[in-house]
Ligand binder design. Structure first.
Ligand code: PLP
Length: 401
């Protein structure tokens, strides 16, 4: 399916606008959503149970170790609540992430502490984590940026040394593997996103993997009002059951309509990954001569999920700034993304925590100089060629070569 968005007035030629992060929705998803609607069962039910089973199987964990929720933000939030950290505990995370990572820490009553990224991998730097540890540190929240795994050996060693909880933000990292092990299974919790632009799409949606049974059970319960475990089955056809509320929980459960999409998205995950790998390789080959840094080669014995293809402008060589590049791409009918302005660039965090972007210079530069190109599995070869031609011509013009 090729979504075509509105074309900017000045878009050249008659080519449809290429939407950044367009989902690849197949006929199976459409049929399953229709079947779900016709079944009369829209809320949390059999399709959520199946999606949980399929996801657990993909990750090689038991199905009672996962809980489907309605976003990764919700997954991060309930994971941190279920970890049982005392209020005000410090959680170390990366400044190069989506705001949801930090908001979830704040909403769990905890205090975010930033540790800068490695400028090559774009992932949190274990040495910076260790520097940021204080007597109040209780958790580390690494983000596998663009689907490239963080240095989990080093991070888990730090966690062990200081007795810290680890919550992996796997929003980009469904297919990610590190030293033969899948992302989301290293930490106490792994949190996944099925938002419309992610590698598996349910519209909105998320999943938690929990290592310890009591904690994942608590996360699951917190995601449904804090009702005792059996409440998940109370919608079933096995007769009426009273439920008991044992904590003040949240309304974070996934619906069957969402799982209807997820079941078939997950089945096509590897095919879509291969397609993104083709696009990735074409970009890598096409952009070698441009005044940009390309994504670093994967570390040995790792598998990146290839969620984002991000270029970093070499400032002194580019005659064009990042935002001007984004605007020029838009004029060519191509949507791009910024991942991300570093967290302290946003007024809420800088005001509340007295943070300045330059305290985390690697993340600051990545946030100001990078742009992510379309990488959806649904892109046609012609669309990929257009992205390459436009990116090259704009950057060559800018650098005057
Ligand atoms: C998308 C994203 C989230 C939030 O996911 P939702 O499912 O939209 O809540 C969290 N962290 C990162 C790194 C993300 O990219």
């Amino acid at each position: 399916m090729k979504p075509s968005g509105k074309k900017p007035e000045s878009s050249q030629g008659n080519d449809p606008y290429i939407v950044f992060g367009a989902p690849d929705i197949g006929e199976e998803e459409i049929a399953e959503v229709e079947a779900c609607l016709r079944s009369g069962w829209l809320g949390t039910g059999p399709r959520v149970a199946r999606f949980e089973r399929d996801f657990a199987a993909y990750k090689g964990v038991r199905s009672d170790q996962v809980a489907a929720v309605n976003s990764c933000t919700a997954a991060l939030h309930v994971s941190m609540v279920a970890a049982g950290l005392e209020p005000g505990s410090e959680v170390i995370t990366t400044p190069l992430t989506f705001c949801a990572t930090v908001n979830a820490i704040i909403h769990a009553g905890l205090t975010p502490v930033l540790a800068d990224i490695d400028p090559v991998t774009m992932n949190i730097d274990p040495a910076a984590i260790e520097d940021a540890i204080t007597p109040r540190t209780r958790a580390i929240l690494p983000v596998h940026f663009a689907g490239r795994p963080c240095d989990m050996d080093a991070i888990m060693a730090i966690a062990k040394k200081y007795d810290l909880v680890v919550i992996e933000d796997c929003a980009h990292a469904i297919e990610t593997e590190y030293h033969g092990r899948k992302a989301g299974t290293f930490g106490d919790f792994g949190c996944f996103s099925f938002y419309a632009t992610k590698n598996v799409v349910t519209g909105e949606g998320g999943m938690i993997i929990g290592r310890e049974q009591s904690r994942i059970d608590r996360a699951r319960m917190l995601a449904l009002h804090g009702m005792s475990k059996d409440a998940w089955h109370r919608f079933g056809d096995q007769g009426y059951k009273h439920y008991q509320v044992v904590e003040a929980g949240f309304k974070y459960n996934m619906m069957d309509i969402q799982a209807a999409l997820g079941i078939h998205q997950l089945a096509r995950l590897e095919d879509n990954h291969l397609r993104r790998k083709q696009i990735w390789d074409r970009y890598m080959e096409a952009f070698t001569e441009l005044p940009v840094s390309l994504p670093a080669a994967p570390a040995p014995d790792t598998r990146p999920a290839l969620h984002l293809f991000t270029l970093q402008l070499k400032e002194s060589l580019c005659g064009i700034g990042r935002d001007a590049l984004i605007n020029a791409m838009y004029e060519h009918g191509i949507g791009t993304g910024v991942h991300y302005l570093s967290i302290p660039e946003h007024p809420y965090y800088s005001d509340r925590f007295s943070w300045e972007p330059k305290q985390w210079p690697n993340a600051m530069l990545a946030g100001r100089l990078t742009v992510s190109l379309p990488l959806s599995a649904g892109l046609s070869d012609a669309e990929v060629a257009r992205v390459i031609t436009s990116t090259s011509s704009i950057l060559k013009r800018g650098s005057g070569s």
